[in-house]
Design a protein around this ligand. Sequence first.
Ligand code: SF4
Ligand code: SF4
Ligand code: SF4
Length: 292
Amino acid sequence: MKWEDEALKLADVVPVPPPMIFLVKLDAERRAMAKKMDTVTPEIVRMTESGYRKTFGKEATEMVQAMLRGDDVNLPEEFFEGDEGELYKIEICPAKFGACTPDKRKMISDILVPLRKKVKELDLTRVVIESVRTPLMSHHVFRFSIIGCSNCCMSPYSSDFGIISLYKPGVKSDGCIKCKACLVPCIERAIDLENDDPLIDYNQCMMCGGCKTACMKDIIQTIEKGYKVVVGGTGSRHPRIAVTAAEFTDVQGVLSVIEKGIALFREKTRDKEMSFHEVIETYGVESLKSQA
Ligand code: SF4
Ligand code: SF4
Ligand code: SF4
């Protein structure tokens, strides 16, 4: 695919979070290919930019633009702390780079700090060392994934512990103008606008918070926040999807699942080396649930 010089310049300043910058040029090429063009033009890049602006929304786009200008955007410092020298790694979804809303970053922040404290307190690195009988390798490193919403842009389901933030939507009576903006992010089709007030089907709703962000009239609001905790996932030789240990819990509930999970891991690896996902596969998740 060829590029016009002006198109290249424009692509460099499309406001997306740093890990997504490489996607901008590929998306522009995708759009050019769809139009059977062999050259990316400035017009194509403008369409690409418009697509990302719509997807991220005004708030996140402005935040990313400020970051690209080098302004201080007050992202929580703890998002960028590492776990060097430890046998665990805490990963955060792309919201850490300013994508998405402050609500989502707050949910991440609220669990991140106590989680780091808890794994230090439990001395997880030492627990892992004691469980291993072979040379320490990268697959021994415990993986925690903290996710800002159920869109799960970075999958928590292949981690040892995945923590997913949830936002239960509620409807304020009167005032819905039937603009349908809330239907756009609701891939689950959980919102019914047939009656005077919108109706949410909680059997379909994944509590992603998208409708609340989309509703400019504040008719849809978040009435409760919580975390889902999934455990025992791996993307290794025998892949396994993490299973649910808590559906909608608070910070203490998350920490309780983690504490019980690590205690189970310690107990079951006393005489035999097993990875955490093998422990969960063999002994189940019930003891973590009941005590959460
Ligand atoms: S998982 Fe949710 S909060 Fe995180 S980057 Fe994706 S949409 Fe944003
Ligand atoms: S976005 Fe808000 S105002 Fe528009 S249809 Fe949905 S609930 Fe009604
Ligand atoms: S929270 Fe997400 S899944 Fe639930 S109704 Fe709103 S947009 Fe749909």
